[in-house]
Design a protein around this ligand. Structure first.
Ligand code: SF4
Ligand code: ZN
Ligand code: ZN
Length: 319
């Protein structure tokens, strides 16, 4: 195969970036990656007024890459960075996720907190066991992560929470919710969700970053991450066993491979052209926010119990 050269120097290119129409060597790729993230942070004013930032680290490639990039950026801007890892209690998996996250925090000198779900009376293993009578395990898991990260951010006085959702996650969510006509869900799809009441601002610096580049970044820097899948993930299932969401992700990745840059352009155009229209059209239905009678966190159901406390109550009592 013919050698390809970096657009900016004479070194050998290790990747093409069709979204930018360039080929990059190792060093220029790292520079491109970090600059791109900083530009997105600037464009969407993700860190404006932020003095202390909580970063959610699961141990996977996305959050490990984010931890490394944000450590540099927060240091330059004088922002206190604090890490939070939730030990979900998935036997044979969570221990590894916690261990890898811990090693990165310590190597980088980032203060951190490991939150054990077990301390709340249940684990994700238990949620799996009772998923038929509660709700699908991944739905419980998502809820638990959102709730606990917000709680930790409030307790630690953090002004924002950063998560590692990447371009492919965003595109998948966008198309799935278009297909089901879930406009309310689409309205939540944005690089920054400004905080209100007791809900802390959420920022997603990898919103426009393809997972391919994130993988390349961690590999170039030689960063270890959890590469095995959660045992409850359906990723990797094949043929007719493949669930809808996974099939959709595969189709989107194939589309992007055949027509490079499609996901990037689609997500950009969604944020620029579609989101403002949805915002204008949206009738904020039934958004009476009340307080949970048990934990005091905001809940849609006035005077009721929030979804986390409901699940906690059922699962902590189950044998
Ligand atoms: Fe949680 Fe595992 Fe489901 Fe991911 S695949 S949401 S870690 S239970
Ligand atoms: Zn170069
Ligand atoms: Zn509650």
């Amino acid at each position: 195969m013919r050698r390809q050269y970096c657009t900016y120097c004479n070194s050998e290119a290790i990747t093409r970036v069709p979204e930018r129409g360039v080929k990059l060597c190792r060093d220029h790729f790292v520079q491109f990656f970090e600059t791109e993230i900083e530009n997105v942070i600037e464009r969407y004013q993700m860190l404006q007024g932020v003095r202390r930032l909580l970063i959610a680290v699961s141990g996977g490639k996305d959050s490990i890459a984010l931890l490394h990039v944000l450590r540099k950026i927060s240091e330059r801007r004088g922002i206190d960075l604090v890490g939070a890892t939730i030990d979900l209690g998935i036997e044979g998996y969570s221990e590894h996720c916690v261990e890898i996250s811990r090693r990165h925090y310590e190597r980088l000198g980032v203060p951190y907190l490991i939150v054990k779900l077990e301390d709340y009376g249940f684990t994700i293993d238990k949620a799996k066991k009772y998923e038929k009578s509660v709700r699908p395990v991944c739905s419980v898991c998502g809820l638990v992560k959102r709730y606990l990260l917000n709680k930790v951010a409030l307790e630690l006085n953090c002004d924002a929470i950063a998560t590692g959702h990447n371009l492919v996650d965003v595109a998948q969510y966008m198309v799935a919710n278009f297909l089901s006509g879930s406009l309310d869900a689409l309205l939540k799809l944005r690089p920054v969700t400004r905080g209100e009441d007791l809900l802390v601002t959420r920022v997603r610096p990898f919103f426009f970053m393809h997972e391919r580049y994130i993988e390349l970044y961690v590999n170039i820097l030689g960063l270890e991450y959890v590469s095995e899948r959660c045992p409850y993930s359906m990723r990797g299932a094949e043929g007719r066993d493949m669930p809808f969401q996974e099939y959709l992700r595969t189709v989107l990745l194939e589309l992007d491979l055949r027509y490079p840059g499609t996901l990037y352009r689609s997500v950009h155009s969604f944020v620029r052209n579609v989101l403002p229209v949805l915002e204008r059209l949206s009738v904020r239905r039934g958004e009476r926010v009340g307080r949970c009678a048990i934990c005091g966190m905001p809940t849609q159901e006035e005077g009721r119990v929030c979804a986390f406390c409901k699940i906690r109550d059922i699962l902590s009592k189950a044998n």
